[in-house]
Design a protein around this ligand. Structure first.
Ligand code: 6PG
Length: 476
């Protein structure tokens, strides 16, 4: 037994992570349900380092140093349970099973508890960065028992992306917290992509720019506050010309966005936790609407009403869009961090928001320059009531606010949908408002269901006898 780590499930992500470990000097035991994948990996990449080829789970487990560390990289869901069961039967107390897939965090909580009973350590680890990240340095979000991190942490930290000498990997918290945080990461990824999509749509529909021109704008933005992986790849995608037709590639792709489900999970969880993640929710719904192709086709003649003239000052409106994108992005991240805080409180995880900001600075899909600012904000005040209230972001939004309003107003007057820009601005305005129409909601609830309300000027719960003499009674 001489492998420090075993990887089972050798599709692209699994193979690339295995190669990443090998490149960092670890001996890696390889296992896959069909041995053909293992052999393909060895044939193409044996030069990356030390691999041990195994065919059966028994052989695989026997190849590992104790405590054994096995990383599972299979499709989330039933496949994961099947592999865990096979491994657990062959492993011994103290060994560590790591699930690197996009598992639902409640599954991870369940699996961790069941394996703990059997003396095994189960680590649900979110891994972000796609195929390229897996090979060259992903962002890793491992949960599970803290003791397991002592033996596992150094391996994961060495293969993770590094930013300013800090690995994009840290122990997140107990049981399902790693997968919970990865889920919220993906929700933010959805919001970020939707916001970039809305900016792109405005350039085309409000300013009549072509994809190449828009690509140049995104390239330029990528050297400023908006510098991020998603902005960078947007520029590359928009610059791409289709070989077959000579048209911009983006114009020959069907505009129906798909999803594997992590964004939807984020919103479901947020609903349960009572956290308004409006940016993420709009992003999930925008994908759903884009995919309602029959309904959209049937709606093509719906009236637009009288539309305003397009903005005359292209440079000014371009800057407005940049500011709106930045401000909306701050809101989306603020909401995501609120959800992490709420999840942490609900499950007793004691998560540190600054940790997420730190390990999301590199490797992952949402890596961005401004995560440094988020990290600083939580370092200065770990108990920030909202990221929006951190001095840096407060003042960034103050700078952006007029542009942000102009963009939402102009889009509305031009009939261009901007659900994420608009809902983020509404969220911001609602958060600031010291008096909301919720007082009316409370009165209505009291009217039809005697649900009671609180008064601004007295303690207790009150009810108005709406169907009697309309006098008020104290109920609690
Ligand atoms: C990542 C990505 C990754 C995957 C998304 C795609 O962090 O590396 O988020 O996990 O590409 O889950 O999600 P959708 O198919 O739902 O868009």
């Amino acid at each position: 037994a001489r492998a420090q780590i075993g990887v089972t499930g050798l599709a692209v992500m699994g193979s690339n992570i295995a190669r990443n470990f090998a490149k960092h000097g670890y001996t890696v035991a390889l296992h896959n349900r069909s041995v053909a994948k293992t052999d393909a990996l060895l044939a193409a990449h044996s030069g990356d380092g030390e691999f041990i080829r195994t065919e059966t789970v028994t052989e695989f487990v026997a190849a590992l140093e104790k405590p054994r560390r096995v990383l599972i990289m299979v499709k989330a869901g039933d496949a994961t349970d099947a592999v865990i069961e096979e491994l657990a039967a062959a492993m011994e107390p103290g060994d560590i099973i790591i699930d690197g897939g996009n598992a639902l965090y409640t599954d991870t909580i369940r699996r961790e508890a069941a394996l703990r009973e059997r003396g095994l350590n189960f680590v649900g680890a979110g891994i972000s960065g796609g195929e390229e990240g897996a090979l060259n340095g992903p962002s890793i979000m491992p949960g599970g028992p803290v003791e397991s991190y002592e033996s596992l942490g150094p391996l994961l930290e060495s293969i993770a992306a590094q930013v300013d000498g800090t690995p994009c990997c840290t122990h997140i918290g107990p049981d399902g917290s790693g997968h919970f945080v990865k889920m919220v990461h993906n929700g933010i990824e959805y919001a970020d992509m939707q916001l970039i999509g809305e900016a792109y749509h405005l350039f085309r529909a409000a300013l009549d720019l072509d994809p190449k021109q828009i690509a140049d704008i995104f390239t330029q933005w990528n050297s400023g506050d908006l510098e991020s992986y998603l902005v960078e790849i947007t520029a590359e995608v928009l610059g791409r010309v289709d070989a077959k037709t000579g048209k911009p590639l983006v114009d020959v792709i069907v505009d129906a966005a798909e999803q594997k489900g992590t964004g939807r999970w984020t919103v479901k969880s947020a609903l349960d936790l009572g956290i308004p993640v409006t940016g993420i929710a709009e992003a999930v719904f925008a994908r759903a609407l884009s995919g309602s192709r029959a309904q959209r086709a049937a709606a093509k003649d719906l009236a637009a009403g009288e539309l305003a003239a397009k903005p005359a000052d292209i440079a000014q409106f371009t800057e407005d869009i940049r500011q709106a994108l930045y401000a909306s992005k701050v809101v989306a991240y603020a909401q995501g961090f609120d959800q992490i805080a709420a999840g942490s409180a609900e499950y007793g995880w004691d998560l540190k928001p600054g940790d997420m900001a730190t390990i999301w600075r590199g490797g992952c899909i949402i890596r961005a320059r401004f995560l440094n600012r988020i990290k600083e904000a939580y370092e200065t005040d770990p108990a920030l009531p909202s990221l929006i209230l951190a001095p840096y972001f407060r003042s960034a939004i103050e700078t952006a606010i007029d542009s942000w309003r102009r963009v939402v107003a102009t889009a509305t007057l031009l009939g261009i949908p901007v659900p994420a820009f608009a809902s983020s601005l509404s969220y911001y305005d609602a958060l600031r408002a010291q008096r909301l129409p919720a007082a009316l909601t409370q009165a209505q609830r009291d009217f039809f269901g005697a649900h009671t309300y609180e008064r601004v000027d007295a303690e207790g719960k009150y009810h108005t006898l709406w169907s009697e003499d309309r006098s008020e009674v104290r109920t609690g």
